[in-house]
Structure formats: C-alpha cells, structure tokens
Design a protein. Structure first.
Length: 449
C-alpha cells in the first residue's frame, strides 16, 4: 500500500519518537483497523504500544481482531484477563468476542467471562462457545434486528429504531412469530411503500434462506454464494432464530480452511505460519518427509531386485524418472479434481461411481496419447531396443490408468470415512504412485526383456 512506503513508516517513527500525540491520533484516524494492524507489524513493539494507547477502545478491539490467530494468541498472553473483558470483549460483536475467547486457555476463558459486566452479553458468549467452531453456530453472531410478524408498521419502525441504536451494521430485518421461529425477512422498502399496513406478515418476504446451527462452514459459504447474500440467518433444530452470519465472517473461515488444505496437500501436517519458530515448522513438515523417505527406500528395494535386468539392459534406467513422474502427476490431477468437486458439492458420494467411470475414460485417452508419443520418441531417438520401447509404452499406459483411478478413489474413500480428502492431493498420492509405478514398469520389463 502506498501509505506504508519507507517514507511513510519513517514519518510514523518520527512522530512516535517525538511523542506527538495529536499528530499520531490524526494519522491513526485515517487508517482502517486492518491497516493499523499491518502498520504495527512494521514497527518496533514499543512504538506499536504507544500508538495503540491512543486508540479508542472500540477501534483498539477491532485492530486486535485483524491480527492472525497465532499473533492474537501471543498478544493475549501478555494482557490481563480483566483488561481483555472490559477493553476488548465489551466492544466486540458476539461472534468476534467468541473468536477472541477461543484463543485463550480454559482457565483464562472463565476469568474473562467473570469480568464481563453485561450479563446478557456474557450469556450469549457462553451459549455460542458450546457450538463447534467449524459449524454455523460457532461463527454466528447474535446482533440482529428482529420484529414480530403480528406487529403493525408503527410498532415495527419504533422497535427497529430501538434495536438499531446498539448495532454497527444492519443487513436484514428478520421476522419471527410468537415462538421465536423465523418466518420471513422484512424489506426496508416496504416502510415507504406500505406505511399503513396492518401487520408485518402481510408484506414480509416469506420462507427466507437460512442455515442450521450444526451446518458446516462450507455449507454456509455455498448458500451465501448461491443466493448472493451479505448475511444469512441461523436457526436451531426447531426453526427458532438464534443468530446471523455475515459474509465477511464466512470468507475469513473459508480462507483459513483453504490455507490448511493447501498446506496439507503440500505435505505439511499442521497449520504453520512463517512467523512460527524452527521447532514448530520442523514438527509440521517432518512426518511426510519421513514417509517420503520410506517410499524412496521401498523404490530402492524394488529396483535392487531387478539388478540383473539393469545389467543386461542399462537403458531401462533412463525411463525410471519418466514412469514415476508421470504417475505422480496424473494421480495429483485426478485427486485434485475430486477434492474440488467434494468441496464445492458439485460431486456427491452418490454419484461417485459415475465419476470413476468418467475418469477411466479420460485416463484411457490420456494413456493412449502418452504411450504413442513416448513410443515415437524412443523409436526416433534410438533410446533403446524395440522390446524396451514397447515395455516403456505399455508401462506408461498401465501407470496412467492406475494413477487416475487411484487418485479418484482415494479422496472419495477418505470422504466416506470422514477424513479430509485434501490429504489425497499431496505426498500420499505421489509416493504410492511412485511405488506402484515402479512395480508395473519392472514387472513388464521382466516379462518382455
């Protein structure tokens, strides 16, 4: 960003060094909480603390929520629980307050809750903490404008004004019945076009799109995307309105999930950041490296059993990288398509058989093309005998088909067993295909050579 050029940062440091409070406040006033959090990362700790003391409590709370979860955990360890409750929690929406409290250990959570002055807010937070953080209930907030379907327009407007005073943003006005069950959404346009309507239920938009508290975050995100919503109501098992989720909350969760899946597909077993220490990063990366090492040893054992074959046909060794690399690439392609389909719900487990047959057709076409091209290249470049050329072509044909079907079936099987199918797009597929590919190649060479 332009305002974070070296010149701008030098100016900020000079302001802090001079303890120029008024100018520092003026600069902070221009910045969004997310920009302030970014600015703090560029400054020394003492400089950031000086600036943070100049913020009003509401903006300071918003800045804290803009930090990554790991950064927030480190900061919260240095802040007294009473300060967390009265200077941060009191100025956050319930969904953000719950996210903040989840960054604390169990003992600190209880202390923070005991220091919250607003008993209703504390009760809402306790209720939300009961939900799994990967569900709609775990990320929803309770700040909503709610009206009763039997109210008249004047009653509705009066109540909306009262509720709106305590809210930063109003996305929708939700309509409930006497039992608190969600019945509709009240379009604000109706206040102008139907000012004298007898009851709200006559002008509300009935049967609004909603999600349940136990729905996954992926389901929430897909629903919001499908219906182009900026917020979505959350209901319990009997249809009572209990909260709402805004699109920014969902996007944060989806981004974090995408980062976890990307790391898992890269062979990183835990969520790590560049700021994590050496030991944390090593612990997250070492397991799959060890598994890969075991796979490499297995390949060496396989190749060692065909030592005589290499002595008689040294050119066989030329094609080992080709067979192994092709199998790994094909497997990753197939598994990536399946994982994506499972994630965005374009592929259901009920239609898994159809997808496997489709992948079989694709793999046969790819296998034919690759085998023919390799056969032609070997023949024209005189890379081996006719028997070796045929062996390599047949091996690639078999490896491509196996890798495609294996890459398709593994994520489907993982999904059925309730494991994250993203595991299948990483080293697991590559290592397995390397080993099976070598067995296929060596087996066909043994038969034909």
């Amino acid at each position: 960003m332009e305002k974070f050029t070296p010149e701008y940062l030098e100016m900020i440091r000079a302001i802090v060094a001079e303890k120029n409070v008024e100018q520092a406040k003026a600069e902070l006033q221009k910045l969004h909480p997310a920009d302030i959090a970014e600015l703090y990362r560029e400054l020394e700790l003492d400089d950031a603390e000086f600036l943070n003391q100049l913020l009003d409590k509401e903006k300071a709370a918003d800045v804290l929520m803009e930090f990554d979860e790991d950064e927030r955990k480190k900061l919260l360890k240095e802040i007294p629980t009473e300060t967390i409750a009265r200077e941060f929690i009191d100025h956050l929406d319930t969904d953000d307050a719950v996210d903040l409290i989840r960054n604390l250990d169990e003992e600190a959570q209880e202390e923070v809750l005991s220091h919250i002055d607003d008993a209703e807010q504390a009760g809402d937070i306790v209720d939300l903490l009961k939900y799994d953080e990967d569900t709609a209930g775990g990320i929803m907030g309770t700040e909503m404008v709610i009206v009763n379907e039997n109210w008249s327009m004047p009653e509705c407007v009066k109540e909306m004004r009262r509720q709106a005073e305590e809210m930063d943003e109003i996305y929708y006005v939700y309509v409930v019945d006497d039992d608190g069950k969600l019945r509709g959404v009240f379009p604000l346009k109706k206040m102008i076009t139907h000012p004298s309507v007898s009851k709200i239920k006559h002008v509300m938009k009935k049967d609004p799109v909603s999600v349940r508290t136990d729905d996954t975050i992926e389901t929430v995100a897909q629903t919001i995307e499908k219906y182009d919503l900026v917020a979505i109501p959350v209901v319990d098992s009997i249809g009572r309105l209990v909260g709402r989720i805004t699109v920014d909350d969902v996007m944060d969760e989806v981004r974090e999930q995408a980062e976890r899946d990307y790391q898992m597909a890269s062979g990183i077993s835990q969520d790590v950041e560049t700021t994590d220490n050496i030991f944390a990063q090593t612990y997250a990366r070492l397991p799959w490296l060890l598994i890969g090492m075991i796979g490499g040893i297995a390949n060496s054992v396989i190749l060692g059993n065909f030592e005589n074959g290499f002595a008689l046909n040294p050119a066989m060794a030329l094609f080992i990288p080709l067979v192994g690399g092709t199998g790994g690439n094909v497997g990753i392609q197939s598994s990536a398509i399946i994982v994506q389909g499972l994630a965005n719900k374009s592929l259901s487990l009920e239609h898994a058989g159809r997808q496997i047959f489709k992948e079989l057709g694709v793999s046969i076409i790819n296998a034919c093309m690759i085998s023919v091209l390799v056969f032609a290249a070997c023949y024209l470049l005189h890379l081996g005998s006719a028997a070796l050329t045929i062996s390599v072509s047949l091996s690639l044909f078999a490896v491509v088909i196996f890798a495609s079907i294996f890459g398709t079936c593994v994520p489907i099987a993982l999904e059925k067993m309730n494991f994250d199918p993203a595991i299948a797009t990483g080293p697991f597929i590559t290592i397995t295909n390397d080993i099976i590919g070598m067995l296929i190649y060596m087996g066909i060479c043994a038969l034909l050579l």
